[in-house]
Design a protein around this ligand. Structure first.
Ligand code: MTE
Ligand code: LUZ
Ligand code: MOS
Length: 751
C-alpha cells in the first residue's frame, strides 16, 4: 500500500500525539477510575494524593466550570462521576503532575468510598428490567402476521455475538494548552475534531470559537475514536484551562483496554420462514444490544443493525426490532461496520440453521434470495445498480467453487482428524451516515504562488489512506505532480462543523468537496490562461501535466508560470467548497426513506481447516469478488479490504472479551486477548468487480473502509461446516466468537 506517509512511517518520523512538540512547562495527567460497577459515591478523598511530591492539582466534578456532560446523541454521560458510578473504569478524578508516573501513582492514592448498588451485565436481563437507553425501534415490511402459514419450513433460534477491542496502535491521547484570550488548543487523537471542540466548549463553558482542535493523523481509530476520544481531550482541556499550562494525557495500553468501550455484544432471537425451494418468505428478529452504561453512539449503531438485518437478501416480509440495553459495562461504541455486522451475523445464522433443517447447503438458500435490481429493503430504499448477484456468480466461476467443494470433500474423506469447511459470504452495506444531516463536508484549497498546493478537509488520516486519495483528486483535476500537493492537519479553524471521519465516507464526502474547490480554481486559471494566450474560447484551454494546452496543442505556458501570473493579476488562488450528499432522507416516524447514497456489494468464499483433536483451526483462504465501484487507488483499496477481512475473522473467532462477576475486564492485555497476526492471516485473493462505475461516489468509486469487514462472518460458518464434517450429528451453534475452546467442546458434544 503506497501511502503518502509510508516512508515517514517506516522511518519513525511521522508524528502522533505523544510526539507533538509542545510549549514549555508540560504537565501530565492521569485518571482515577471507579473500581465498582455500580454504586453511590459516598466520598472522594484526595488528601493523600495531593501530598505526593510533584502533584500539581487534582480535579473532580466540582471543578468543572461548565456542564459535566459529554453525551452526544443523549446527554447521559458525565465527564467525571459526581454521585453515581455505573461501570468499572468510569473516570472520577484527574491528577495533574510533573510526570506521568507521579500522576498515576497519585491517582491510585485517591480514596473513593462507594456504596454498592445492584449491577447488570447482561443485555436481556437489562431489557427484562426495562433498563433501556432509548425506546426500541422496529422496521416492518410486508406482513409477518400472516406470512408463516405459507411457509414449508419455519425455523427459530438464538444467536450471540461478542464484543471487540479496537486495538488502534496509538492509544487514546490528547495534549491541551492555553491560548491567548482564555481559550484552549487541543491536539487530539480523534476521528471527530468537532465533537472534541463542542464537548470541551460545553465542559469549559466557552463558545466553540475559543476551542481549537488539531489532528495531524491518528494511529488507527476503527470507530473507537469517533466518540470516545472526546473524553480524554476534554480532560486534558479542563486541566490546561484550570492550570494555564500545557497538559498531556496518554492512556497506557492496559488502561485503554480496560476503560474504553468496545464493539457492542448482541444477543438475538430469530424466526425464519422458507419455501421448499429455498425462497425466504418471512423473517422476524429481535436484537438485544449491550450498550454499556451510557448511550454514546448506541442508538445510531442500533439503527444500522436494523438497516442491515437482511444483509444482501430480498425478503418480502420482515419485522425487525432492536433494543438498546443499559448495562454496567463501559459504554460500547462505534466499530467498523457500526452494528451492521451484528445484524448480518443473525440472518446468516438463520439461513445456516434453515439449511441444516432442510438438509441442503446454506449457499443454496443464500444464492436463491440474493437481491435483484429494484428490490426493496425493509426501510423502503430500493437496490439500485445492484451488484449482489454479479459478485456471487463471478466468485463462483472465477474461483471454481465446484472444484473447491470437491477438494474439500476429498480432503475430508481421507483425513480423520483434520476437517475442512467452506462458506460463502455475500455482503451488502449502505454508504452514508444514517443520520442524514451528518453527510456533509468541506474543503479548503490554496495554491501558493510557487504552484504548490495546500489542502484542508474534515478527513482524518488514520491509516486508511484518505490523504493519498485526496491528493490524487487534486493532482487529477489540476493535472499536476502529486508531490506538489500537501494535505494539512485537520483543524477546526480551517474546516468547521466537521462530521467524524466514519461511515466509510471520508473519501466520498471530503473528496467531492475537494473536487468542487479545485474546479472553482481551475476555471479561474483557465480564464487567466486565455487572457495570457489572448484566446477567448475557454473550452479550448486545458492543463495537462503541468502545461497549458490550447486546442490540444501545447503552449509554452507552464503551471508554475500560470500560477505566478495569476497571482500578479490578483486572481483568487484559494477556494473553500462544501458538499452535502444529495437525495438522501429518512423518516424515523415511518422508518422508511432513502438513507444511503448507494450500497456496496461483494461475495467471499472462506475456507478453513479444523484440527478436531485440539479444536484449533486455520483459515486457508478468503477469495473475494468485491464491488469497489471504479477504484482510483487499487493498492489502498486492496489494503483496506485485506485489513477489514482479517479484523472481521478475528471478531468472529479468536477475539474474546471476558469480565468477571464484578464487571472487571479479564482480557486487558495482548496475552489474554488474542488478535489476528500474520500467522493467522489466510491467503486473501481479491478480484475487483469490473464495469462497476458508481455514479454517486468520488471519481465513480465506492467507499471501502467498512464493507469488507463482514466477509469475516463467513469464517464462522466455514469452521462450522468443518466441524459438521467431523461430527455430522453436530447441531450448529451461533455463539461467536467461535474460539478454539468452543470448537473443541462442541465437536464432542453429545446432544
Ligand atoms: N484503516 C486503518 N488503517 N485504520 C483505521 O482506523 N478505520 C476503519 C476504516 N479503515 C480504519 C481503517 C473505519 S471504522 C472506517 S469508518 C473507515 O476506515 C474511515 O475512513 P474512510 O471514511 O476514509 O474510509
Ligand atoms: N457513525 C455514525 C457511523 O455516526 N453514523 C453512521 O451511520 C455510521 N456508520 C458507520 C460507521 N460510523
Ligand atoms: Mo468507522 S466505525 O465508521 O469509524
Amino acid at each position: 500500500m503506497k501511502n503518502y506517509d509510508l516512508i515517514q512511517h517506516v522511518k519513525g518520523e511521522s508524528l502522533f500525539v505523544d510526539d507533538t512538540i509542545v510549549p514549555e512547562g508540560l504537565l501530565y495527567a492521569a485518571v482515577c477510575y471507579s473500581q465498582i460497577a455500580h454504586g453511590k459515591i459516598i466520598s472522594i478523598s484526595i488528601e493523600k494524593a495531593e501530598k505526593v511530591k510533584g502533584v500539581k492539582s487534582i480535579f473532580t466534578s466540582k471543578d468543572i466550570p461548565g456542564e459535566n456532560q459529554i453525551g452526544g446523541i443523549i446527554q447521559d454521560e458525565e465527564l467525571l462521576a459526581k454521585n453515581i458510578v455505573e461501570f468499572v473504569g468510569q473516570p472520577i478524578a484527574i491528577v495533574v503532575a510533573d510526570n506521568q508516573l507521579i500522576a498515576k501513582e497519585a491517582a491510585r492514592l485517591i480514596d473513593v468510598k462507594v456504596e454498592k448498588l445492584p449491577e447488570i451485565f447482561d443485555a436481556r436481563e437489562a431489557a427484562n428490567k426495562n433498563q433501556l437507553i432509548v425506546p426500541p425501534r422496529t422496521f416492518v415490511k410486508g406482513n409477518t402476521e400472516d406470512c408463516w402459514t405459507k411457509c414449508d419450513y419455519i425455523i427459530e433460534g438464538k444467536t450471540e455475538s461478542g464484543a471487540q477491542e479496537h486495538l488502534y496502535l496509538e492509544t487514546q491521547s490528547a495534549i491541551a494548552y492555553p491560548v491567548e484570550g482564555g481559550g484552549i488548543k487541543i491536539i487530539s487523537s480523534t476521528q471527530s475534531p468537532t465533537t472534541v471542540q463542542k464537548i470541551t466548549a460545553r465542559v469549559l463553558n466557552l463558545p466553540m470559537h475559543k476551542v481549537e482542535v488539531d489532528v495531524l493523523r491518528i494511529g488507527g481509530g476503527f470507530g473507537g475514536k469517533e466518540d470516545q476520544a472526546t473524553i480524554w481531550a476534554a480532560m486534558a482541556g479542563l486541566s490546561a484551562f484550570k492550570l494555564k499550562k500545557p497538559v498531556k494525557l496518554i492512556l497506557p495500553r492496559q488502561e485503554d483496554m480496560r476503560v474504553t468501550g468496545k464493539r457492542h455484544p448482541y444477543s438475538s432471537d430469530f424466526k425464519i420462514g422458507l419455501m421448499k425451494d429455498g425462497r425466504i418468505i418471512g423473517y422476524e428478529v429481535t436484537f438485544y444490544q449491550n450498550a454499556g452504561a451510557s448511550a454514546d453512539l448506541s442508538p445510531a449503531i442500533l439503527e444500522r443493525t436494523l438497516f442491515h438485518c437482511t444483509n444482501s437478501y430480498y425478503i418480502p416480509n420482515v419485522k425487525a426490532t432492536a433494543i438498546s440495553c443499559k448495562t454496567n459495562l463501559p459504554p460500547n461504541t462505534a466499530f467498523r461496520g457500526f452494528g451492521g455486522p451484528q445484524g448480518m451475523f443473525v440472518i446468516e445464522s438463520a439461513i445456516f440453521k434453515a439449511a441444516e433443517v432442510m438438509g441442503i447447503d446454506s449457499a443454496e438458500i443464500q444464492k436463491r434470495n440474493l437481491l435483484n435490481e429494484n428490490d426493496e429493503f425493509p426501510y423502503g430504499q430500493k437496490a439500485e445498480n445492484c451488484n449482489s448477484k454479479k459478485t456471487w456468480s463471478k466468485a463462483e466461476s472465477l474461483y471454481s467453487i465446484d472444484k473447491i467443494r470437491l477438494d474439500v470433500e476429498n480432503f475430508n474423506n481421507i483425513n480423520d482428524i483434520y476437517k475442512k469447511g467452506i462458506a460463502v459470504m455475500p455482503i451488502c452495506f449502505g454508504i452514508s451516515f444514517t443520520n442524514t444531516s451528518m453527510n456533509q463536508a468541506s474543503a479548503l484549497v490554496h495554491i501558493y504562488n510557487d504552484g504548490s498546493v495546500s489542502l484542508s478537509t474534515a478527513a482524518i488520516e488514520m491509516g486508511q489512506g484518505v490523504n493519498e486519495k485526496l491528493r490524487q483528486i487534486v493532482s487529477e483535476i489540476f493535472s499536476i505532480d502529486i508531490e506538489k500537493i500537501k494535505t494539512e492537519s485537520t483543524n477546526t479553524t480551517r474546516i468547521a462543523n466537521t462530521s467524524p471521519t466514519a461511515a466509510s465516507s471520508a473519501a466520498d464526502l471530503n473528496g467531492k468537496a475537494t473536487e468542487q474547490a479545485c474546479n472553482n480554481i481551475l476555471l479561474r486559471l483557465k480564464q487567466t490562461a486565455a487572457e495570457i494566450l489572448k484566446k477567448n474560447n475557454l473550452d479550448a484551454i486545458e492543463i495537462k501535466n503541468e502545461m497549458v494546452y490550447n486546442d490540444s496543442i501545447i503552449t509554452d505556458l507552464s503551471w508554475t508560470e500560470l500560477i505566478k501570473t495569476a497571482n500578479l493579476k490578483r486572481v483568487n488562488l484559494s477556494s473553500h467548497s462544501f458538499y452535502a450528499t444529495p437525495n438522501i432522507h429518512f423518516d424515523r416516524t415511518k422508518e422508511k426513506g432513502k438513507p444511503f447514497a448507494y450500497h456496496v456489494y461483494g461475495t467471499a468464499i472462506v475456507e478453513a481447516t479444523v484440527d478436531c483433536l485440539r479444536g484449533i483451526y486455520k483459515f486457508n483462504s478468503v477469495k473475494v469478488v468485491h464491488d469497489f465501484g471504479k477504484s482510483f487507488n487499487q493498492l489502498i483499496d486492496r489494503g483496506q479490504a485485506e485489513g477489514a477481512i482479517v479484523q472481521g475473522l478475528g471478531w468472529m473467532t479468536i477475539e474474546e472479551i471476558m469480565h468477571n462477576e464484578l464487571g472487571q475486564i479479564l482480557t486487558d492485555t495482548l496475552s489474554t486477548y488474542k488478535v489476528p497476526d500474520i500467522h493467522f492471516t489466510p491467503d486473501i485473493e481479491i478480484d475487483f468487480l469490473e464495469d462497476a462505475e458508481n455514479p454517486f461516489g468520488i471519481f465513480k468509486s465506492k467507499a471501502i473502509g467498512e464493507p469488507p469487514f463482514m466477509y469475516g462472518i463467513g469464517g464462522y460458518f466455514a469452521i462450522m461446516n468443518a466441524m459438521k464434517a467431523f461430527n455430522p450429528k453436530l447441531k450448529c451453534i451461533f455463539n461467536s466468537p467461535l474460539t478454539p475452546e468452543k470448537v473443541l467442546m462442541n465437536l464432542y458434544r453429545k446432544s
